[in-house]
Design a protein around this ligand. Structure first.
Ligand code: GLY
Ligand code: MN
Ligand code: MN
Length: 247
């Protein structure tokens, strides 16, 4: 593990900031033009077009743009499924700026309005995202923060009656993990998944915070999942909210 790359210099932070800024600017253009898109590849091409206007032609990684039930496919590269009204788009995309990466995910309704069940799940993910960002501080132990994220997901699903009450802490974490099958985040820099696993947060680290909830069939086999309620949410597919933060 290359220690020099765990924390970033002022110059590096500045380049990542510019990559993030350009990515969020492009997201805003996409949101205000959303009604014009019928396919994911059109959204991605539009993103590339905007970044190109700012002189940045490199993507940080292969973008993910899915809709509806496909949102549960974590690394889908299928860009040709027609977008359908009433579904959520999951867009995970980032440009490079002078070789430094950004990595942002937004999940949003194609028609501009969340329905009730979409909003309920979105709010759980948002709560986890905000909690984890607010508690990402110098000396935070990453594993503890990750477990807290899984517990927030579990508690949110419990309130909606999607999962059953369990008292053991590790069972709560496991149920959270059943719906969020990836880590809370990673270092970011020259590589989108930059060197070293995160252990303890240090000043001038740049990391992602990316909680999510995804619905997949095998959840039904778990005795702590309420199948009849779960069925009502399943078609949402998945929701992730990902941000890049500086410690
Ligand atoms: N886009 C890859 C990731 O979020 O880790
Ligand atoms: Mn990421
Ligand atoms: Mn991402």
């Amino acid at each position: 593990c290359n220690n020099k790359r765990i924390t970033k210099s002022f110059k590096e932070i500045n380049e990542i900031y510019k990559a993030v800024k350009l990515t969020t600017t492009s997201f805003k253009f996409i949101f205000s033009n959303i009604s014009k898109f019928s396919y994911p590849y059109q959204i991605i091409n539009f993103f590339k077009f905007i970044c190109g206007n700012y002189g940045q032609l490199k993507m940080a990684y292969k973008p993910i743009c899915t809709s509806g039930s496909d949102n549960s496919i974590l690394h889908s590269n299928n860009y040709t499924k027609k977008l359908q009204n009433n579904q959520l788009i999951l867009l995970d995309i980032g440009c490079k700026f002078n070789n430094y990466c950004s990595d942002i995910t937004r999940t949003f309704p194609i028609n501009g309005r969340f329905n009730k069940s979409q909003r309920e799940i979105y709010n759980i993910v948002l709560e986890a995202n905000i909690y984890c960002i607010n508690n990402s501080k110098i000396n935070t132990i990453w594993n503890e923060l990750s477990n807290k994220c899984f517990i927030i997901i579990y508690e949110g699903l419990l309130k909606l009656d999607i999962v059953k009450k369990v008292s053991d802490l590790y069972k709560k974490i496991d149920l959270g993990k059943l719906f969020m099958k990836h880590s809370l985040g990673h270092n970011i820099g020259i590589d989108v998944h930059d060197v070293c696993s995160i252990l303890v947060l240090k000043e001038n680290m740049v990391i992602t915070i990316e909680p999510g909830i995804y619905f997949s069939d095998e959840q039904c086999l778990n005795k702590n999942v309420n199948k009849s309620v779960w069925k009502k949410y399943k078609n949402i597919g998945g929701i992730r909210i990902e941000d890049v933060i500086l410690i």
